[in-house]
Design a protein around this ligand. Sequence first.
Ligand code: ATP
Length: 297
Amino acid sequence: LGSFFQPIQQLVQQYNTYQQGQSSVVKLRQLLSTRPEVAEAPGAVDLPRVEGEITFEDVSFGYLPDRPVISDVSLEIRASETVAFVGPTGAGKSTLAKLVTRFYDPSAGRILIDGRDLRDVRIESLRGQLGVVPQEPFLFAGPLRDNIRFATSDASDDRVWEAVRAVGLDEVVERLPDGLDTVVQERGQSLSSGERQLVALARAFLAQPRVLVLDEATSNLDLRSEARIESALDVLLEGRTAILIAHRLSTAMKADRVVVVDEGRIVETGSHDRLVAAGGAYARMYATWTSQAAEAG
Ligand code: ATP
């Protein structure tokens, strides 16, 4: 459900119809920063560089009136902690992530970053410290280089290559006819879904955000892409707060803490080992994952 940032995808598609090229990237970024759902408070201030502690205080939210999607969620994520949200489809995992990135505001309660209510800070200064890797990362029609340095358009080729190597995209770039100059299409014919996610990870590596929010792809990735993404994550998680919307056991296991979401509530939280031992909802998901893995051989 609710593929994370579907609205962005739509905007990009509309936008690609009209514009191409580097200067359009700047306009596209401006376009993406405007969202009718959230309004900047008149006295909003710039968020100084954060440590990345995130706190949900009794947060509730619904997309439609009288249809709560998130109910009374309280959660403290420490700076540099990696937290994996797991749970059934439609549980509200992506919605929690959208609230952190301020695509929506809670209808009750508040979300704090380093102790500041998100509604009190300028949206751009918040988003500048967040790196978001959606399930189906958007690419715009243009050179791969510009797609990678989307958030950091002044990055030198050396830095782009550093990011490309750090996330293991180098083999892919070398295979492309024109390397970083290869023009990719928004539908990314030349890149598989796993490779597109690596492009988004390279973007995040370049931007070095304090907080990383990753919505893991649900589609079956080829084993090679999956292995590349796993090692890219090892590099990216280091030293920053991360929220992973995990659909795979291997991703949940990377986290310092697993947060199990069901019907808009947190039903369990703890380390992988502790939750497996506890024999609750997570232990049942773990049993399903391991039996699927055994079947897949
Ligand atoms: P999945 O694992 O399938 O991505 P999820 O746990 O991330 O699921 P959400 O995408 O957060 O779940 O969706 C939670 C609920 O909110 C679902 O009932 C979904 O139908 C609803 N929902 C999500 N996005 C919207 C939207 N833009 N408008 C209305 N309802 C929405």
